[in-house]
Ligand binder design. Structure first.
Ligand code: GDP
Ligand code: MG
Length: 340
């Protein structure tokens, strides 16, 4: 039975995905439950939401209690940072940690033996004057999937699925990752979405990274991999946007780095204190394309949104110093004075 989820529900789930703290998560989960159409088709999802709400409450309590672990499986919470988040996944030795090391300031252990990475590790990838958060994860195999990885995939902006082309076993190992995720309610897809028919099923936008292209046999293996999936249905990696890379060769990663930033669909806003001559060019705010002056005010401080009088804009779409109201749609690189 289709769940017929409302726009408000979807907006709440979107905000839940982007929550940075358990308190924020709790707030959006409660709104999701309130917005959920109540009928037989959503019984299961309602029950799940209630469990999530109670787990999140426990986590908040545990934090207050001081340093104790939260609800089971939630111990690896990585707070969202930067303009967006991408989670790196794949089989053992695919090059996940190498990718994190090449693209970010992080220094994960990169090694020839599998299962080196036992905990998720974040790093910040620079893009012009902002950062994107990348998270390296332990490998997924036929009989090994950390439950928190599923949670991370569900709430991330983008997944980066890595195929190891440096070894004949890489193709099968990549298939195992997809097959394993197919046993959960969190799947990889060309675009992020919620399933309207199967309640609770969620798809996360994924880039497919064919890694170790420098290996002499890599190109041949990639052809074999594609043949394996040519007639397959389901979460088919042939549908994902593809990048042929060598994770240890930064030059091959440039198109990927740009695409990761672009897919986040964010804009940068420089704020200017009305009392000062210069805007703050050091730390732009990042917002989503389509966001308004009111959204910016909310990001700065709750009271700013409440007391917003007007804004002054220096940007590409308006004359310099134009006065605008809360519904003004922001453009990338706008300089904004917020007046309260
Ligand atoms: N030739 C080659 N080796 C790579 C590449 N990326 C990673 N490796 C090697 O593959 C092995 C596993 O890499 P690692 O990042 O630890 O894999 P992980 O288990 O997925 O985190 C290491 O020996 C890396 O040096 C690549 O693009 N080309
Ligand atoms: Mg690793």
């Amino acid at each position: 039975m289709p769940a017929n989820l409302t726009q408000q529900y979807k907006k709440a789930e979107d905000n839940y995905r982007r929550s940075e703290t358990p308190e924020e998560e709790l707030r959006w989960l409660q709104i999701m439950l309130a917005e959920m159409p109540k009928h037989k088709g959503t019984d299961h999802l309602q029950a799940k939401l209630k469990t999530q709400i109670s787990d999140t409450k426990k986590e908040i309590e545990a934090q207050k209690g001081g340093g104790k672990k939260g609800a089971a499986g939630r111990s690896f919470r990585i707070p969202r940072q930067g303009a967006g988040t991408a989670v790196i996944i794949g089989g053992p030795n695919a090059g996940k940690s190498q990718l994190l090391a090449s693209l970010t300031n992080a220094t994960p252990e990169v090694a020839i033996y599998p299962f080196t990475t036992k905990q998720p590790q974040p790093g910040m990838m620079p893009w012009e004057d902002v950062f994107v958060q990348l998270i390296d994860t332990p490998p997924i195999t036929a009989d090994y999937l950390e439950p928190y990885i599923v949670g991370m995939l569900r709430s991330t902006d983008l997944a980066l699925l890595m195929l190891d082309l440096g070894d004949d076993s890489g193709m099968e190992q990549c298939k195992e990752v997809l097959d394993k995720l197919a046993t959960t309610k969190t799947r990889l897809a060309a675009e992020s979405s919620l399933d309207e028919e199967d309640v609770g099923l969620s798809y996360t936008k994924t880039f497919f990274l064919a890694n170790k292209m420098d290996d002499p046999e890599a190109a041949d293996r990639l052809v074999l991999f594609d043949e394996m999936y040519e007639r397959a249905g389901g979460d088919n990696p042939l549908l994902f946007r593809r990048f042929n890379i060598s994770a240890n060769d930064a030059a091959t990663l440039e198109p990927l780095r740009n695409a990761v930033y672009e897919t986040l669909n964010v804009i940068r806003i420089y704020t200017k204190d009305p009392k000062k001559k210069e805007a703050d060019f050091e730390r732009p705010f990042t917002l989503r394309r389509g966001d308004t002056l009111l959204d910016l005010a909310e990001l700065i401080h709750k009271d700013y949104a409440k007391n917003l009088k007007f804004g002054k804009v220096w940007g590409s779409a308006v004359h310099d110093g134009t006065t605008v109201k809360g519904d003004y749609v922001l453009n990338d690189k706008d300089i904004i004075e917020v007046h309260i």
